[in-house]
Design a protein around this ligand. Structure first.
Ligand SMILES: Cc1cc2nc3c(=O)[nH]c(=O)nc-3n(C[C@H](O)[C@H](O)[C@H](O)COP(=O)(O)O)c2cc1C
Length: 460
């Protein structure tokens, strides 16, 4: 088995994805409002040679029928959540190799603003930035916050395709590779004929403008996607170079992984042109007993009310208002579809009951799989999971800060390294080259964005 791609999941908030870790006396995550909290974590991840830090984001918040869900406020779950963009430059200055992937929704800001921000970040990180393209979880409340109507689920993805086209047009088409001259003697900054206004007139978005920054090391940031609904997978096949999938039953994750690779092939791309990582939480300790004790401690901080608030915020479905002894009756939501599909029953299996869904969600959180045991046991479990599912790596979910990371770095990583499952040195100058060592810093010719460069054939 080749070395796994290992990234860390975080959002600018005080918790992990299961329960309210901030309330534990050993946890320091309520310092999330301090820059030093983040720079210390980033340095630690870089020392451990982890591939990247992912900063999730959503403007959505847990509410039902126009009212905040009390448990969310009380337990600090879903609220608070800060803007991840401002912290990236500080983290880039504190590190030299760690990659950064940051979420930006296609339903919030105009696409050209997004394009310029990522170009600037790609410069400031020396090509270490990736964009997690989402249509936005908790869409209803995010729309309400922005004074907009919720856009239907599949339409959001149609619009996201068009949104990406504006970005690709600006990143790839506006400047030629040799446009930047920087000739101090002649006083020529850039060659006028090699910088141009580009045009995209799509069904939802248009631009007639210039990218007002010279091309950055990767030009287009590494394109990442998270959203595993059928339409989300289609979007991933067309656009993503890396995908985050939620964990869960290996058979379900395997089907998801197959679906993503097939949708890449349907777009004329190689199946392995997408690196797929699964959200997973590792609870480990020197002995199995200690690890299970930590797991019990985590569950004691995870209430059904807090879990239901997060579930409602993501899907719009209030599990506490449903009959606990029946499955969820609705099969479709205009909000996050993956976390509904996850519990509809698949492969001939009956759909779980609401009480079991709530308990499963309370124990595993929004992204899925929890591995518990001593380092050898956890390494065995994750190795088996990779064999069963075909994922390329893990997006490691937070729990206690910094304890979960100490355990990961000091206990689990050495075992993974012994087995050749984790890298011990960095390779690749840019984030794209780290994930795809056979390619270069720019989009490959098999990606539709390649054709957006001036003089190349743009996809019809
Ligand atoms: C590991 C992982 C990380 C994610 N990060 C985000 C995020 O930062 N912001 C967001 O809006 N959605 C994120 N999502 C996706 C949402 O959970 C949700 O599925 C998606 O936004 C809605 O798309 P869908 O209907 O295709 O599921 C993430 C999903 C996974 C599995």
């Amino acid at each position: 088995m080749k070395p796994l791609v290992l990234g860390i999941f975080q959002y600018i908030g005080p918790n992990g994805t299961v329960g309210s870790a901030w309330q534990n006396p050993r946890d320091t995550s309520s310092d999330f409002t301090k820059l030093s909290h983040w720079t210390a974590l980033a340095k630690r991840f870089e020392e451990a040679k982890l591939d990247f830090l992912f900063l999730a984001d959503s403007y959505g918040f847990p509410a039902l029928d126009g009212e905040l869900i009390e448990a969310s406020v009380r337990e600090g779950r879903g609220i608070p959540q800060g803007d991840p963009m401002p912290v990236i430059s500080a983290l880039a200055a504190a590190t030299t190799n760690l990659g950064f992937i940051v979420t930006a929704s296609t339903t919030v800001e105009p696409p050209a603003a997004n394009a310029r921000r990522f170009t600037t970040l790609d410069h400031f990180t020396d090509g270490r930035i990736g964009w997690n393209i989402v249509t936005g979880s908790s869409g209803a409340t995010a729309a309400a916050l922005m004074g907009k109507e919720l856009i239907g689920h599949d339409l959001r993805y149609d619009m996201a395709d068009d949104y990406l086209d504006v970005n690709l047009t600006l990143w790839e088409g506006s400047w030629d590779d040799d446009a930047l001259v920087l000739d101090k003697e002649r006083g020529v900054y850039a060659e006028p004929g090699k910088v141009r206004i580009v045009h995209h007139h799509g069904p939802y978005f248009r631009t007639d403008g210039v990218m007002s920054m010279p091309p950055s090391p990767q030009r287009t940031p590494l394109l990442v996607q998270a959203g595993a609904s059928g339409r989300g997978r289609q979007f991933a096949g067309r656009n993503a170079e890396a995908v985050f999938v939620g964990g869960g039953e290996p058979a379900t994750v395997a089907a998801n992984v197959r679906g993503i690779r097939e949708s890449a092939e349907a777009e004329g791309r190689p199946a392995d042109s997408i690196t797929i990582m699964v959200g997973a939480l590792f609870i480990t300790a020197p002995t199995s007993e200690e690890a299970w004790a930590k797991h019990a401690e985590m569950l004691a901080m995870s209430t059904p009310e807090g879990a239901a608030a997060i579930y409602a915020g993501n899907t719009g479905i209030d599990l506490l208002a449903l009959d606990p002894d029946k499955p969820i009756a609705q099969t479709r939501t205009e909000m996050g579809q993956s976390n509904l599909e996850r519990y509809l029953g698949k492969d001939g299996k009956p759909a779980p009951l609401v009480r079991d869904i709530l308990e499963n969600f309370r124990r595993t959180g929004i992204n899925g799989s929890v591995f518990v045991g001593d380092p050898g046991e956890v390494a065995d479990q994750l190795q088996e999971f990779v064999e069963q599912t075909g994922v390329d790596g893990f997006l490691i979910q937070p729990h206690m800060t910094p304890e979960t990371y100490d355990d990961l770095i000091e206990l689990l990583l050495p075992v993974l390294r012994e087995r050749g499952l984790a890298r011990s040195e960095y390779s690749g100058a840019t984030l794209r080259e780290r994930l795809f060592p056979d390619g270069d810093a720019h989009l490959p010719a098999t990606h539709r964005g390649w054709g957006f460069r001036a003089g190349r054939e743009k996809e019809a």
